[in-house]
Design a protein around this ligand. Structure first.
Ligand code: ADP
Ligand code: MG
Length: 458
């Protein structure tokens, strides 16, 4: 028998079983159980984790342990390949593994089948989602949909940058529907999974069965990362068909995407129209208060005593992505508990050293200025000038606002870099934009556009 032909996840499972007596329950559950082994061939074992903090932590503390254990398990020395997979889900009960199984049958802690499809992550509930101005619209829409599937908004298109909680909200809808009615037929899948299903159905001549599955067994269809359907003609074609069948019989469809419908390239026009026809709810990057609330919530869940100043320090320094924020917290807490140090701001700064440098390098006032100038078809010198023409004033204020918010430079510093202006000019620009954002829809979407672009700046 070739050991390597075994499902990879079984190898990891057996490794964990053997290692269990030597590990604390905490380490096992928090760090090792969530690892997904996705391949073992040619002496290389591939381990997937959801972010780099996880990988780094395991590497720092358990590299040899994992290497030796897996080598023993495989009967020869192996190399470990780490893969970051942000969508990795924790083992959780299957919601609809193909046709029959319902949540009640596959009670919590059911073993994960080796070739399992996506699961509703059991931690992703409405209760564990912190609501703030940045996401309250999306949360309200998601709750309305979970409350009255097929009746409130259909389809619901949840849109937001990576790491802001789309998958969380999508799963929360699934859980909520199932909580109200345990036998509700909820299908949760990802674009990739759906594409695989279509490909397999085509290859094995079972398209009819695929259609039937969705037609007869799906009241709520949740598809994660629909933007990945771009360019896949056949998948789009089948999805369109399924979409229409469900839609016409008032079944709920919810999709998530990190692009707006009009930004998804290579997607059929009629599919784009369908998305645009429903409700588009966007999730913005959370404000600092919400980031602090998220940290407090996670600390509470993990029974960690998180001092306020440390929470604020993390929230101030890890801004654009909740996943990274969580990762930072996990990292600091893990280090502190391993070394027995008290959880202080200085300690957090020390542990997160490289991470903070990376995000500090990511944006400069100059890059914000360049981007805003480009966006409004102006020159950077226009933004720095003292001319008060109305085509210049607003973009200039927007640039000041974004530079303050995302680069975090001081008002006097910004004054200097915006053509030697007084710091009060910067302050009033920020205040002005802050105020207008509440009432001016066009400005809101311009700023949102710009913030999305900022996220991809080097
Ligand atoms: P996305 O799918 O948009 O990339 P996720 O849903 O995977 O993002 O969210 C990333 C992580 O951040 C998850 O662990 C999620 O629980 C957490 N998260 C995001 N937003 C919130 C929030 N408002 N409250 C609590 N946790 C959040
Ligand atoms: Mg996601």
């Amino acid at each position: 028998m070739m050991i390597e032909s075994q499902p990879a996840q079984t190898i990891w499972q057996e490794f964990l079983d053997a290692a269990q007596p030597n590990l604390s329950k905490h380490v096992l559950e928090t760090w090792l159980r969530p690892v997904h082994c996705s391949g073992a061939a040619d002496g290389v074992v591939t381990l997937e984790v959801r972010d780099r903090f996880f990988r780094d932590w395991l590497n720092d503390h358990y590299a040899d342990f994992i290497h030796d254990g897996l080598s023993r398990r495989m009967g020869h020395a192996v190399a470990i390949e780490w893969v970051i997979n942000p969508d990795l889900r924790l083992p959780a009960p299957t919601v609809m593994a193909d046709e029959e199984s319902s949540l009640s049958q596959t009670a919590a802690r059911a073993p994960v089948p080796a070739a399992a499809g996506p699961y509703l992550n059991r931690r992703y509930l409405f209760e564990s989602f912190v609501c703030g101005p940045s996401n309250q619209f999306a949360v309200a829409a998601a709750k309305a949909v979970a409350d009255k599937p097929g009746k409130a908004y259909n389809p619901l298109f949840l849109f937001g940058r990576v790491g802001l909680g789309k998958t969380h909200l999508l799963c929360a809808i699934g859980h909520e529907v199932l909580r109200t009615r345990a036998d509700a037929r909820v299908i949760y899948t990802s674009s990739e999974q759906f594409t695989n299903e279509v490909v397999n159905a085509v290859l094995s001549n079972k398209l009819e069965a695929l259609h039937r599955k969705y037609r007869d067994n799906c009241e709520v269809l949740l598809i994660d990362d629909i933007q990945l359907i771009a360019g896949k003609e056949r998948t789009q074609h089948e999805f369109f068909h399924i979409f229409n069948t469900l839609y016409d019989s008032h079944r709920q469809i919810v999709v998530t995407s990190d692009k707006l419908p009009h930004e998804i390239p290579d997607i059929e026009e009629r599919l784009r129209n369908r998305f645009q026809f429903g409700l588009i709810a966007d999730i913005q990057a959370p404000e600092v208060e919400t980031r602090v609330a998220i940290l407090r919530r996670k600390a509470l869940d993990e029974a960690v005593d998180l001092p306020d100043d440390v929470a604020f320090f993390l929230a101030e320094n890890v801004r654009s992505n909740v996943r990274e924020l969580e990762g930072a917290l996990v990292r600091v807490v893990a280090h502190a508990s391993l070394t027995g140090s008290p959880l202080t701001v200085d300690y957090a700064r020390q542990v997160l050293g490289d991470l903070l440098n990376v995000s500090a390098q990511r944006l400069s006032v100059e890059s914000v200025q360049r981007m805003v100038a480009d966006y409004f078809s102006l020159r950077v010198t226009d933004l720095k000038s003292h001319r008060r023409h109305k085509t210049l004033v607003r973009p200039r204020q927007v640039a000041m606002y974004l530079a303050r918010k995302h680069v975090g430079a001081s008002y006097p510093d910004l004054g200097t870099r915006f053509g030697d202006k007084d710091h009060t000019t910067i302050m009033s620009a920020c205040k002005k934009i802050d105020g207008l954002l509440k009432s001016d829809g066009e400005l809101r979407s311009q700023v949102a556009d710009l913030e999305r672009k900022l996220d991809v700046l080097p």
